[in-house]
Design a protein around this ligand. Structure first.
Ligand code: 13P
Ligand code: SF4
Length: 305
């Protein structure tokens, strides 16, 4: 913990106790925010924690769709997002009207929607997935005549490769992972010939092809603890390196590129967390008719192990 932050952290912790709040923090958040988490994890792990929470207030340190998912799973609890500008650009690459149009063209198709999507899009979908379980989720639909996968074309193509199931892919993408180029991986491999390479399945096909493993951020954290390799090249948003280094001081983590920064993930700070708890802002609420339908798609995902 940074000594300069002690006073603000003390204030946050006493308010947290008074309000019976739970801090759920995504692996890409600033290190100072990860360090005050009750739980830091990937999207699937955070959804599972949100589903079983008995806190009165969930402070979600991540991007908007993650707080929305927590609110979908906990309509009776207060879910706070410390900065409303922290939205995921990929989640906004498809809206409910566009998905309804696509469904009209493929009336028999089942719709798999990456959790990186709005509640309205989830409400139009049969089942959600995250990067940790996309392959498993698509496998549950092996008998479907057609499958629509939104909004991430790269996670969709990864699940299609792994399952052998062709899918109709929406052309969305993560601008941060799109910055991780095959040439970055090649350069890092040349500099660190003994290193193992792990990348996120949101990366482009050519980048993924150069990796030893394709993993969600939670799976990367597990891999880092279990591997015998001492040097690990990491192809994902650089915020994860804070956790990897903290949990594995004996290993060296090398980011595939310093360009892999998600600016929206960096908007939440200790100051905004404090403001959020003091003012009980910004409350994330979803209209009931959308929330109920979106919850079906999220619950179906959480039932798959
Ligand atoms: P995971 O942490 O679930 O791997 O997701 C990555 C991501 O980009 C979330 O926005
Ligand atoms: Fe969205 Fe990519 Fe940022 Fe994740 S890293 S929140 S997918 S833009």
């Amino acid at each position: 913990m940074d000594a300069g932050n002690t006073a603000i952290i003390d204030k946050i912790m006493s308010l947290k106790k008074a309000k019976n709040a739970l801090f759920l923090v995504h692996n890409y958040q600033l290190g100072e925010v990860q360090d005050i988490a009750d739980f830091a994890g990937d999207s699937l792990e955070l959804s599972r924690k949100a589903a079983t929470s008995d806190a009165d207030v969930i402070v979600f340190c991540g991007v908007h769709f993650m707080a929305e998912t927590a609110a979908i799973l906990n309509p009776e609890r207060t879910v706070l997002l410390p900065d409303l500008h922290s939205g995921c650009p990929m989640a906004d690459m498809i809206n409910a009207d566009q998905l309804r149009e696509l469904k009209k063209k493929h009336p028999k198709a089942k719709v798999v929607c990456y959790v990186n999507s709005t509640a309205e899009v989830k409400a139009e979908s049969d089942i959600c997935c995250t990067s940790a379980n996309a392959v498993k989720i698509v496998e549950t639909l092996k008998d479907a005549e057609e499958i629509i996968f939104v909004p991430d074309q790269y996670l969709g193509s990864y699940a299609a490769e792994q399952t052998g199931k062709e899918m109709i892919l929406w052309p969305g993408y993560c601008p941060t992972h799109a910055r991780i180029l095959p040439s970055d991986i090649q350069k890092r491999k040349a500099e660190n010939p003994n290193a193992v390479v792990i990348v996120h399945p949101e990366c482009k096909v050519e980048t993924r092809a150069l990796a030893d493993a394709r993993l969600s951020t939670g799976q990367m954290a597990q891999f880092a603890q279990e591997t015998d390799k001492k040097e690990i090249i990491v192809g994902t948003e650089i915020g994860l390196l804070h956790r990897l280094r903290k949990e594995n001081p004996d290993k060296t983590f090398i980011s595939a590129t310093e360009q892999a920064i998600c600016p929206r993930m960096k908007l939440i700070t200790l100051e905004t967390v404090l403001w959020s708890l003091e003012n009980m802002e910004n409350r994330i609420t979803i209209p009931e008719e959308i929330s109920i339908k979106a919850k079906n798609a999220v619950d179906r995902m959480l039932e798959v192990h």
